[in-house]
Design a protein around this ligand. Structure first.
Ligand code: SF4
Length: 138
């Protein structure tokens, strides 16, 4: 058992112009706003890129779940670049592969189907948030 954590950082990539980047963002919003409010929290990926002290402290002092939009893994790499250790790594396309009836579309924002997929993905990630918030090693 590790020490008890207050927050779990859910970090989607920026994903501009890519549907799975939009799915990653939407999934993170679902987790933070609806599924695990008060436990899951977000930061802005570019803040890590510019070494913002508050953002760096957030991802180095709390467990982090990354959700990336493609294999370039910008979210994971950005956390690691500032010395953070990512507890769980996800690529948004895997949620579609597991739910082929929900094909997301849209790049700035996902369509209704994409929002449904993100809501399901957020529920599936909730147990990871709970375990990390409880300080359990994964
Ligand atoms: S992981 Fe892929 S989709 Fe996300 S910001 Fe990087 S290049 Fe863009």
């Amino acid at each position: 058992m590790g020490k008890k954590n207050k927050k779990v950082v859910v970090l989607p990539c920026s994903g501009i112009g890519k549907v799975y980047g939009a799915v990653a963002r939407e999934t993170a919003y679902e987790l933070v706003e609806k599924v695990r409010p008060g436990v899951a929290t977000l930061t802005c990926l570019p803040l890590l890129v510019i070494n913002d002290p508050e953002a760096v402290a957030l991802v180095t002092e709390n467990p982090v779940i990354t959700i990336d939009g493609c294999p370039k893994e910008c979210a994971r790499k950005s956390v690691e670049a500032v010395g953070g250790k990512v507890a769980k790594v996800h690529e948004a396309i895997k949620f579609y592969k597991e739910h082929k009836d929900l094909k997301p579309e849209g790049v700035a924002e996902v369509n209704e189907t994409g929002r449904k997929l993100a809501a399901i993905a957020a529920r599936e990630l909730a147990p990871e948030v709970d375990e990390l918030a409880a300080g359990e090693e994964m």
